[in-house]
Write a protein that binds this ligand. Structure first.
Ligand SMILES: [Zn+2]
Length: 430
């Protein structure tokens, strides 16, 4: 669709390129807005004013072999696009912003816009808290929602209603997927929980009436975070980390991997597994990004397994057994009602919300790792997970890369287990 083959052949021999065929699109110096999804976003600095529902996004863009740059802008109303030397031509079409930039040069683009409040969990919600997974970042800031795209962020949010505070990280210092950035608005109280050996200060932000639930749900959070650091490797997203209660409304359960201040649904504030699950996304799903949405198991299956392991390690064997009992019933339920293949063979062809996201990638993924653990033992599987994290942190990877790493590091090829747990319906014979 992007006709990249034609472009690269023109760039190899510019003089031979005919200016009469698609000159606007292929002239490497043209400032006219042009479609270009390939230009990488290196960093986004976001200044948000909740009083006027407006924002300025300053995007640092890498050089591209093609002119222009494109971003998802969903329901945003784009007011202006500027660079360091003045206005930049732009066009908005069907939720996509194209800007005019010369090829082969890095660029800084400043986009002024206003945003809408969404009743659904699709961008900036009516309560003010953001929800961007999987592909709603474009309702919050100009972005690219593909999970493989990583970038750094700075964030400043002002204009909260009186009596409300905004909880967010002011900077994200290592590459992260667009769905990681978030803020939460509410009448928050911060409770410091402690510090890990590596120096991470762990906290929980709770809403009125939630203190006892928040305390219960985070009883082992510091120890679990420390266990993840010591078992799998260095955490990348700063020293102040923790759970933030998110008032998503009735029916919402679970959390969202908005590191370093991940969100936990108000209804799940007393659920230790949810807090640790979201914490573990700092390693898998955020620091290691998904190459394709089809690799969702690399995020959700891996952290479901890690949450059970971390809680068993820090809260005891019977606590771990309870987590696995809960996983058993979640697995049985989803197989009985909504079974599917956890790891489809395609790449970015499924609609992740409609076709893939349910308990399957979480639970079949967790049980796949437990089956590998039974074969190779915990120390070898942990070493393989740590080796995988060391290799892919700050990058995107496929679940197949994990299977290859397990085979390389443990000497056990998990292909048959992957076939049974991840590439088939039902559950394999135990
Ligand atoms: Zn998750």
């Amino acid at each position: 669709m992007l006709r990249s083959g034609l472009v690269s052949s023109c760039l190899v021999a510019l003089a031979a390129c005919s200016p009469s065929s698609g000159a606007d699109e292929y002239d490497v110096t043209s400032p006219a807005p042009s479609l270009n999804w390939q230009r990488d976003v290196v960093a986004t600095r976001l200044e948000v004013d909740l009083a006027s529902d407006s924002a300025i996004a300053t995007l640092d863009l890498a050089a591209s072999t093609r002119t222009g740059a494109s971003f998802e802008v969903g329901t945003l109303a784009i007011e202006s696009v500027e660079g360091p030397s003045g206005p930049i031509p732009f066009r908005v079409d069907a939720g996509r912003l194209d800007v005019g930039l010369a090829a082969r040069k890095p660029a800084e683009v400043r986009v002024r816009y206003s945003f809408e409040r969404s009743k659904a969990l699709e961008g900036v919600t009516l309560g003010g808290t953001t929800f961007t997974w999987p592909h709603f970042c474009g309702n919050v800031f100009p972005c690219k929602s593909q999970p493989a795209d990583g970038q750094r962020f700075e964030l400043a949010v002002t204009g909260a209603p009186s009596g409300r505070s905004v909880v967010y990280p002011s900077s994200i210092v290592a590459d992260a997927p667009s769905y990681m950035l978030a803020w939460a608005v509410g009448d928050y109280t911060k409770l410091d929980l402690g510090e890990t050996k590596d120096g991470r200060r762990v906290s929980v932000h709770y809403l009125p009436g939630e203190k006892s639930k928040a305390v219960r749900g985070t009883e082992h959070l510091v120890a679990a975070f420390e266990w993840l650091e010591s078992t799998y490797g260095e955490y990348l997203y700063g020293d102040d980390v923790g759970s933030v209660s998110a008032a998503w409304g009735p029916g919402a359960f679970g959390g969202m991997e908005h590191h370093p201040l991940w969100h936990v649904a108000s209804s799940a504030m007393d659920d230790e597994e949810t807090h640790v699950h979201e914490a573990a996304h700092g390693w898998f799903g955020d620091a290691v990004r998904l190459s394709c949405w089809e690799d969702l198991t690399l995020s959700e299956g891996t952290v479901s397994y890690l949450a059970a392991r971390a809680l068993e390690a820090v809260a005891g064997a019977s606590f771990g057994a309870t987590v696995w009992q809960n996983y058993e019933s979640r697995l049985d339920d989803v197989i009985a009602t909504e079974d599917r293949v956890a790891l489809p063979a395609s790449c970015n062809e499924v609609d992740v919300l409609r076709d893939l996201w349910n308990e399957v990638p979480y639970m079949k993924g967790a049980f796949f790792y437990r089956a590998v653990e039974t074969e190779v033992g915990r120390p070898k599987l942990d070493a393989a997970l740590a080796a995988f994290y060391a290799r892919y942190r700050g990058k995107a990877a496929r679940m197949q890369d994990m299977l290859d790493t397990i085979a390389d590091e443990t000497g056990f090829d998990p292909a048959v287990l992957a076939e049974g747990w991840l590439r088939s319906l039902g559950r394999p014979d135990r």
